[in-house]
Design a protein around this ligand. Structure first.
Ligand SMILES: NC(=O)c1ccc[n+]([C@@H]2O[C@H](COP(=O)([O-])OP(=O)(O)OC[C@H]3O[C@@H](n4cnc5c(N)ncnc54)[C@H](O)[C@@H]3O)[C@@H](O)[C@H]2O)c1
Ligand SMILES: O=C(O)CC[C@@H](O)C(=O)O
Length: 525
């Protein structure tokens, strides 16, 4: 039974779903990195929110880990390249807390417009400072969105309901989508110059880090109010402090900080500054949503192999998974066969689908071929790290679809380019589910690729089959299946035998000694 560790505080629904789906679960929160390193080796899955930092060092101890599930959106607390290199799938729940976070941004916008936190503190201190707290209306003001994805678009919708004019800077926002959202797409400098309120909704990337830098803040409309419910690091905090002090920025509300937990910040106590401790996603509705979603996704992956919302491998929907499953088995076998048979460095691999196979999602098929191919050299390879490792080794990966049917109603062909030339193998599915090799290096040969096999290339001559049968019999090796193919009568023939035990070097030597044998190899599937 797969085992999952929930290492951050999560709604109890997550544990309940894991158990209902046949996954053992431990909830152990608040551990130090060293404690996590000591225990992570026991788990197949790790479910987190934002507190657990999944570093390369932790992943090095995660000897059984297959999946990390983030109950939330941002995955900047996970070292995704290190997880990918280790073959660990990283999933998030991209929509479960979007409404809640958008509402928090709107709440902070109101808090700034009407100085609600200061007014509350003053009133509760018995001061009744009615004249001190003069606010501004939101109606007719311009809201500048930096980032117009899931959360940004919900904020835009709510702001339009408040009769605000919404402008957006997002390099990936299409003009059509901007029209659909009812926002005006602008460049960053235009946004800075025009916005009365600015709200940030991008991930933290090398492009967005300090997007509100000292220079950018200097370009804002005087008296602008700024909200950040996305990620710490999008705003230069020292420059923001100076801009608040000078009055260039009339108010700033941060839910997220460069350093979290933010227990001390030069911004604290600055007039016009409002803060919350990363509460954007903290509503009971959002936490139930993300807990359910992360547990369902992780359990589906650990129990059925379904992949949803993975950041480092192609998704496989519940509908696609059963159709793709036999193709992925075929793809892995063909990748493995070509990897075992092709000698020397490979610099290119072509994965061709024909007929029914061409209509499917190609990414999982490609991932499975690469996993089969790369696993020949390392048993820690899987569909997650195979494409990564293949690219790291400079393999040029090509995908080709032929929608017309050929001789077979569905066909998958894998061709690798080696120094000795191209080597190609092809397979189909019998009865739409049984993977079957149909072509090997240009020779038609039908075979199931299963267990231990012996591959022999020999001169096609009478008596050879009898001799090899005798040799195996004398070695006490039982033949399971026997598949034969040849290029031309009397030319080169190929023999694929499945045998009941692992092929020994001694058996290989005996077969190699038979007259007419050109090549003999042990294969394993
Ligand atoms: N405070 C919280 O508790 C909380 C909760 C949920 C999400 N978040 C954070 O909110 C952010 C947005 O989440 P989302 O679900 O809307 O993500 P999303 O991926 O749907 O949207 C992000 C948008 O940013 C845009 N973008 C990327 N690079 C950009 C750039 N250089 N300049 C301008 N725009 C750029 C993208 O095109 C995209 O439209 C994420 O960082 C997420 O981690 C925070
Ligand atoms: O889990 C949380 O409380 C924060 C989540 C938020 O930062 C996210 O990116 O989804």
């Amino acid at each position: 039974m797969p085992k999952v560790l929930i290492s951050d505080k999560m709604d109890p629904k997550a544990a309940q779903i894991f158990r209902e789906r046949g996954v053992e679960v431990d909830e152990i929160t608040g551990k130090t990195p060293e404690e996590l390193m000591a225990m992570i080796g026991d788990y197949d899955g790790l479910a987190i929110r934002s507190s657990t930092k999944v570093t390369k060092a932790i992943l090095e101890h995660a000897t059984n880990l297959k999946v990390i599930g983030r109950a939330g959106i941002g995955v900047d607390n996970v070292d995704i390249p290190a997880a990918s290199a280790k073959g660990v799938v990283v999933m998030n729940t991209p929509f479960g807390n979007s409404i809640t976070t958008a509402e928090h941004a709107i709440a902070l916008m109101f808090a700034l417009a009407r100085q609600l936190p200061e007014a509350d503190a003053s009133t509760q201190a018995g001061k009744w400072e009615k004249n001190r707290f003069m606010g501004v209306e939101l109606t007719s003001k311009t809201l500048g969105l930096i980032g117009a994805g899931n959360i940004g678009s919900i904020v835009a919708d709510r702001a339009r309901g408040l009769k605000m004019k919404v402008i957006a800077f997002d390099p990936f926002l299409t003009p059509e989508r901007a029209i659909e959202m009812g926002v005006e797409k602008v460049e960053l400098d235009q946004l800075l110059a025009r916005a009365d309120f600015i709200t940030l909704h991008t991930p933290l990337t090398e492009q967005t880090r300090n997007i509100l830098s000292r220079e950018a803040l200097a370009k804002t409309k005087k008296g602008v109010r700024i909200i950040n419910c996305a990620r710490g690091g999008l705003i230069d905090e020292a420059a923001l402090k100076d801009a608040l002090d000078s009055g260039q920025v009339a108010g700033a509300a941060l839910d997220v900080f460069v350093e979290e937990p933010a227990k001390a910040s030069p911004l604290f106590g600055t007039p016009g500054f409002v803060s919350t401790p990363h509460l954007g996603a903290s509503t009971s509705e959002a936490q139930v949503n993300v807990a359910i979603q992360v547990a369902e996704q992780m359990a589906d992956f650990l129990v059925n192999g379904g992949v949803t919302n993975a950041l480092n491998m192609p998704s496989l929907s519940a509908e696609e998974a059963p159709r793709l499953k036999p193709y992925m088995a075929l793809a892995e076998k063909l990748g493995s066969l070509v990897g075992q048979l092709a000698h020397g460095a490979l610099d290119q691999i072509s994965i061709e689908t024909e007929g029914a196979a061409a209509e499917l999602n190609q990414k999982p098929i490609v991932g499975a071929v690469l996993a089969g191919l790369m696993r020949v050299h390392s048993d820690t390879v899987n569909m997650v790290n195979a494409p990564f490792l293949a690219r790291e080794r400079g393999l040029d990966i090509r995908e080709i679809r032929h929608e017309r049917e050929g001789v077979y109603h569905t066909l998958l062909r894998v061709t690798v380019r080696t120094q000795a030339g191209d080597r190609s193998v092809a397979g189909t599915l019998f009865g739409n589910e049984a993977p079957r090799l149909v072509e090997l290096f240009g020779i038609k040969v039908e075979a199931d690729l299963d267990g231990d096999m012996l591959y022999v290339v020999n001169e096609d001559a009478p008596g050879f089959i009898g001799r090899i049968g005798t040799t195996l019999g004398e070695s006490g090796v039982n033949i399971g299946t026997f598949h034969l193919g040849r290029r031309d009568a009397g030319g080169e023939a190929v023999l694929l035998l499945s045998v009941d035990e692992a092929v020994t070097p001694d058996l290989i030597a005996r077969v190699r000694a038979l007259p007419g044998v050109k090549t003999v190899m042990a294969l394993k599937f």
